[in-house]
Write a protein that binds this ligand. Structure first.
Ligand code: GLU
Length: 590
């Protein structure tokens, strides 16, 4: 996770430019932050625990600086562990996004060599390792290259030197460069959105590449071989993309309301491209849909749609739990990966392995220039605009709408799929404009926010939807929620059903409706209160939130009230809706 940012320019005050960039990256981590600037051969540093604010850092005015917003992996959240970290002689500072997996072993060795450490981070181990390499290396770049060869894990770093240059090296976590029209202003960042309004051109650094900005010129080279490569900057298409949440109080609300737009973006995808993927799915030896967290639920929903509509034996994998599949995945297999960032470390690890074993990859990513897109044979973009709230809402809608459409294409009914999604977009729009519906959700949220435990029953097309609803409730309200397959209830969780227990369920007008209602009966008979969501009410519901029946896309419709409910619960509890405690959006570490 973590966000890294750098600015080398002529016009802007570096401390403020870096602060502004980090503010836009704080969805990646907000434990603590640090900004450094270089002036007259000296590096000035400010670090602080907490999320970066709107005040200019208290640093000298100059035009070169770097910064970091942290999601701690190694060492407590405190000022000492916050990045950037100084070299012993203060000739450079370094910030890292990732984990140096062999840091402990390297540290023992470095300590034997007399190096000392002030922080508990793996980052400082990288700093000292570079210092050690510097003793024999001809330049700092060479020392960085040598140090990188010794490191394991995914590590992307940025360095600011006292004499005014910036060095960035990528291995794993993302790194992009931006440049204004004349090339006088250079930006480094973990994502394009953070500097998009300021630059004309962008360059996505590939894994294993290093960029050095010295005296206003950018040089790119391959870390392993030191071979220079011509930096090719592309036109920045995101320049005018808004990153404001106005007029809403939170990004989460703004992004939930963008659901109709993201569904329409899915519909706008070229038929030719979808049909090409549909052919690959039909031909594949095995199809695996893979994701983590919310994208994991989207991957599972995609697998469900492929089984249901296209009779494809598609299997869902959770990014971090796919180890045993590594021996199975190989030539002829196809992996389908929906991802907001396209940088999720545990998913990337499986995809890289699959690629090396000649499997094909299809991805559906929102962030431009990601690793996942680069690895893919079939590249799809969500084009949903930035999703800034850490809790994913519109992107989940977009991912499952895409999964549905792909399944319809394999079924040979792409046009019908697009028609159904268009109708869904209209239905979601009408629903989101319905003041009464929104008021009912708020009332229910006030009741549920007082509970200690919530149970969610799901089946068929709504199983993953209830899982995702569980994720949203846990993330936003910190209340324990538990999604249960409705049919499995009587095998274990029924023991927990008693007076006052709150159960939620989404019911669609489909072939498993009767089974879900059976489960509802069973919990109600034991005293539980059931809150139902669907187009029809049931006499067994204590309360019912009505949503329109959208047929095959009903499950996609059903997640919307749960997202609104999670929002209303989190706000009623006074939580930081856009940045729930402990989690970050782009999980670029394992
Ligand atoms: N390992 C570093 C730390 O704990 C960076 C963490 C990250 O990139 O999330 O400070």
């Amino acid at each position: 996770m973590c966000g890294i940012f750098g600015y080398v320019g002529e016009k802007r005050d570096a401390a403020e430019a870096v602060r502004e960039g980090l503010k836009r990256l704080d969805y990646r981590g907000y434990d603590s932050w640090g900004v450094c600037v270089a002036k007259e051969g000296e590096i000035f540093l400010q670090k602080q625990v907490g999320i970066i604010g709107t005040d200019r850092p208290n640093l000298p005015e100059t035009t070169i600086g770097i910064g970091h917003t942290r999601w701690a992996t190694h060492g407590k959240v405190n000022e000492v562990n916050a990045h950037p970290h100084y070299a012993t002689d203060r000739s450079f500072v370094l910030a890292q996004n990732g984990i140096a997996e062999n840091a402990d072993a390297i540290k023992i060795q470095l300590e034997k060599n007399g190096y000392t450490f002030v922080s508990e981070t793996d980052t400082e181990v990288i700093v000292r390792l570079i210092e050690k390499k510097l003793k024999k290396a001809k330049s700092l770049e060479e020392a960085v290259r040598l140090a990188f060869k010794d490191l394991t894990g995914r590590n992307t770093i940025i360095i600011l030197t006292a004499d005014g240059s910036v060095i960035a090296a990528r291995n794993g976590s993302p790194l992009v460069l931006g440049m204004d029209k004349k090339g006088g202003e250079i930006y480094f960042s973990s994502d394009v959105f953070s500097f998009a309004p300021h630059v004309e051109k962008v360059l996505v650094l590939e894994n294993g590449e290093m960029a050095v900005c010295r005296d206003g010129a950018v040089q790119v080279s391959i870390i392993a071989t030191n071979k220079k490569i011509k930096p090719i900057f592309e036109i920045n298409k995101l320049r005018d993309v808004s990153t404001s949440k106005e007029p809403y109080a939170h990004y989460m609300m703004k992004e939930i309301l963008e659901a109709p737009m993201v569904i329409r973006q899915v519909v706008a995808e070229e038929d030719k491209k979808i049909l090409e993927l549909a052919r690959a799915i039909k031909k594949a030896r095995a199809v695996y849909c893979i994701g983590s967290g919310t994208a994991g639920a989207a991957a599972a929903q995609t697998a469900y749609y492929l089984r249901l509509y296209a009779s494809v034996r598609a299997e869902a994998l959770v990014g971090a739990e796919a180890t045993e599949y590594k021996n199975l995945i190989g030539k002829g297999d196809l992996l389908i990966a929906p991802s907001q960032s396209g940088e999720t470390a545990d998913v990337l690890e499986v995809l890289e392995h699959a690629k090396a074993r000649k499997a094909s990859i299809a991805s559906f990513v929102n962030m431009p220039g990601s690793m996942m897109t680069r690895l893919s044979d079939y590249k799809f973009m969500a084009n949903a605009g930035p999703e800034i709230c850490v809790m994913s809402t519109k992107i989940f809608v977009s991912q499952i709408a895409w999964g549905y459409l792909v399944a319809k294409a394999v079924q040979g009914k792409l046009a019908e799929g697009k028609k159904n999604l268009r109708a869904l977009a209209r239905a979601v729009e009408t629903y989101l404009a319905d003041e009464k519906a929104l008021g009912d959700i708020k009332k229910l949220a006030a009741v549920l926010a007082k509970k200690e435990h919530l149970f969610l029953l799901g089946k068929g097309q709504n199983l993953q939807i209830m899982k995702e609803a569980m994720v949203k409730i846990i993330e936003g309200s910190y209340i324990h929620a538990h999604a249960i397959p409705a049919g499995d209830l009587k095998h274990y969780a029924i023991t927990l059903m008693q007076d006052g227990v709150a159960v939620m369920t989404a019911v669609s007008e489909d072939s498993v409706k009767a089974d879900v209602l059976n489960a509802v009966h069973q919990v109600k008979a034991r005293g539980a209160e059931v809150f139902g969501i669907g187009s029809e009410s049931s006499s067994h519901f204590s309360s019912h939130l009505r949503v329109p029946d959208t047929g095959e896309t009903s499950a996609i419709m059903n997640i919307i009230p749960f997202q609104l409910l999670a929002y209303a619960m989190a706000t009623s509890l006074g939580h930081n809706v856009d940045k729930p405690r402990n989690i970050a959006k782009s999980v670029t570490v394992k």
